[in-house]
Design a protein around this ligand. Structure first.
Ligand code: COA
Length: 278
């Protein structure tokens, strides 16, 4: 079938079921609620074959300077005919001048390279049921009044304004925080996603603090299926394996556009919000 005649239109709530069917067919764990979450913080396009959703591509803006490109999926029967390129190009057009990031699957990587993305580092996906006993010293759960401080710390670590995203995470999840001299020095978010709960983002000044926060959060969700996606430079992948989070794959972080001139930061990202949001 020709795909260049298929209509591309803005995605909205009417396309939720079709989009969800597409991600399930691709073997992705998203629930309908996870798509609704993504739509609440993103704009994007769908390709329609009549009423049927046969392709998706979202753009999640993080302020005016950076964005994540995500949920790029083409119906298996229509792949290899240019639809992925059309959809991704449309999502990039929505991003305008923003620097775009994504985490590529093996399927998507050649396409993104052709569209000007370059690989930065590997992302490791870990998941499973873990048992963590942890004396809970010095770590507490944040209340919503802390969100501006959390967003500021997150912004230092990732270079974007993700307040919107963090507010949505807070609506269904929680943030564990560690204070130093009264100020929030590190945090780890946890929220429902896919088969269970996802831990991330985790932002901390150093690896040991990140580990403490992850242990704290994992201990609070004992008996539940947990997932965490960590960048290669976090140094956490082997440690997570040892904790019982099995390494099950991952992707390649890629970026496109001017790298922002960021101030040196004391906070780093040790786990992603998800592969979709970085
Ligand atoms: C990734 C995906 C969206 C691509 O959709 P598609 O419609 O098949 O892509 P296109 O036909 O537009 O191909 C895009 C380009 O990549 C190229 N390409 C695709 N696979 C390739 C490969 N294995 N090696 C080299 N180039 C490849 C194509 O030749 C094409 O290049 P061109 O535009 O210069 O001709 C689709 O494979 C998919 O839905 N996969 C499952 C979900 C997924 O992994 N999504 C990516 C999430 S990051």
């Amino acid at each position: 079938m020709q795909t260049d005649t298929l209509e591309l239109t803005s995605i909205d709530a009417r396309h939720l079921d079709g989009a969800w069917n597409l991600s399930r067919a691709a073997g992705w764990p998203h629930r309908r609620e996870d798509w609704a979450f993504s739509l609440s913080v993103s704009v994007g396009m769908v390709a329609l074959d009549g009423d049927r959703v046969v392709g998706t591509a979202l753009m999640t803006p993080f302020g005016g300077e950076s964005a994540a490109i995500n949920l790029i999926i083409v119906d298996q029967r229509m792949r290899g005919r240019g639809l992925g390129r059309r959809l991704t190009s449309a999502a990039l057009a929505l991003a305008g001048d923003r620097t775009c990031r994504l985490v590529a699957t093996a399927d998507g990587l050649p396409l993104y390279e052709k569209l000007g993305f370059r690989a930065t580092q590997e992302i490791y996906q870990h998941q499973g049921f873990v048992e963590v006993s942890q004396p809970l010293v010095g770590i507490e759960w944040a209340d919503t009044a802390s969100l501006p401080d959390l967003a500021a710390l997150d912004g230092q670590a990732c270079g974007g304004d993700r307040r919107n995203l963090l507010e949505q995470i807070a609506a269904g999840g929680q943030f564990a925080i560690l204070r130093r001299s009264g100020a929030i020095a590190a945090f780890a978010a946890v929220r429902p996603f896919g088969r269970g709960q996802v831990i991330g983002p985790v932002v901390a000044p150093d690896e040991e603090t990140a580990r403490q926060l992850i242990r704290f959060v994992a201990a609070s969700r004992e008996g539940q299926f947990l997932r965490i996606d960590v960048p290669g430079d976090s140094g956490l992948s082997h440690w997570l394996d040892g904790l019982g989070f099995t390494h099950v794959g991952g992707g390649m972080a890629m970026t496109r556009g001017a790298s922002s001139s960021r101030q040196p930061s004391i906070a780093r990202t040790f786990a992603l919000a998800s592969q979709a949001f970085g």
